[in-house]
Design a protein around this ligand. Sequence first.
Ligand code: PR8
Length: 482
Amino acid sequence: MSSESQQAISLKKFTNFTEWFDELLLNARIADNRFPVKGFIVYLENGAYIIKRVREMLEEKLEKTGHKLMMFPLVTTEELFAKEVEHIKGFSTEVFVIEQKSEKGAERRLIIRPTSETIMYPMFKLWIRSHADLPLKVHQSVNVYRYETKATRALYRVREIPWNEAHTAHETPSDAEKQVKEAIEIYSQVLKELGISFLLLKRPDFDKFAGAVYSIAFDSWNPDGRVNQVATVHNLGRNFSKAYDITFEKKDGSRGYVYQLCYGFGYSRVLAAIIAQHGDDRGLVLPPPVAPTQIVIIPILFKGQEKEVMDYSRSIFNELKDNWRTVLDDREDITPGEKFYYWEMMGVPVRVEIGPKEILEEKVTLNRRDTLERIQCSRSNLVEEVKKLMENLMQNLRERSERMLYKLIIDATTLEEAAKAIDNKCIARVAWCSSIECAEKIKEKAGGEIRGERYDIAEHPDRPCIACGQQAKTIIYVARAY
Ligand code: PR8
């Protein structure tokens, strides 16, 4: 075992994930899960800030690629909600309802969005007239509400879900296919910039989005072995356009139904992935693009030299603050050691230490959060050095997380091997014949869910189906999931 994996396994986040995660949520001011309504949580200042930054990163990419920002209502009617048969089957047990009673006792029921297809598509019908109106691409970052029947879990499975949803309409199936690729590229880019590694999987038919032709999911690894679906892209074909009667005049004058996509990016799950993939026993390790504080300066005060150290620290602060979100921790009531401990838990990427020695040598001591390495840097090229360090740190987070993902994937040729891998908090990679019977058997015997086959690469089975021994059609990934 390499030293890195030994270290990883001994980390509390791998041995006792739930406790590690819950403690960190509160201590690092991410979220408070004690709100008295189950599945509804309070995002504290750092959690809310990180989500804001992730939202900005995503929305910038969406808008650059022609997605228009809009704001749709929170509610729909029961009638509109029921139009697409598969969709309502998928969500009927999960919706929150507003009951409105008039004084005379008349009742009206409104459905709160569990997702916005049934709210947006009646409007798409009004807006789309001809091919000139296509493609239509809209997006919004909102909360949606689902009465999740599976156990709720802070950030991972909530009932008030902060997300971005994008919805598009196209002339042809190939335009829709191209849009699938664009959506995947946008989400992959954001996740890459956050250093989150994931498997891009095409869900099996029995697990696709209610009303979709097919669904592609981003499953990020989690220390407890339960993969975390952070985003999904669904090709809806014409299922919804037929239900909501969204037609357009084609170039040849005939009319046709539009081809549609919807895709969603779960902000709370992405926040969970940032914490879970990068954090360590000391606390958060935040990617610089989202860190509320990117640099903290800690003056090490010595008797008689307090003023020099503070002056030097302030001038360093002034040099850094225009490029990075920088804090000068000049609290007098706690020791530098306590400050180190505090800011390490908060995941601040770079710590700058300044004492009499640094002043004498015209230097600063930098400390990087990911590797805890100390670096001496001369004051004259401080900004350049920090820039390099931030890039290097981000790259290390990304590569470290990617290595862990591949370490967690275990090839299994028997159901016992698959069960063992899943028991060991890993992801089993197995061959499957694509039958429902074998899917059920795999789920029952291996103790994980079939998450699907790779979408980004073609993987050809080199062995028979793990469940029936007949010829396999595909290679799939099996894991527990949130
Ligand atoms: C759609 N319609 O609805 P999706 N807690 C946290 N995150 C969640 C939860 C939950 N309970 N449920 C879903 N997510 C489509 C696409 C418009 C947008 C997050 O798709 O049901 C997950 O990250 O697949 C999920 O991948 C994403 O929302 C989209 O949800």
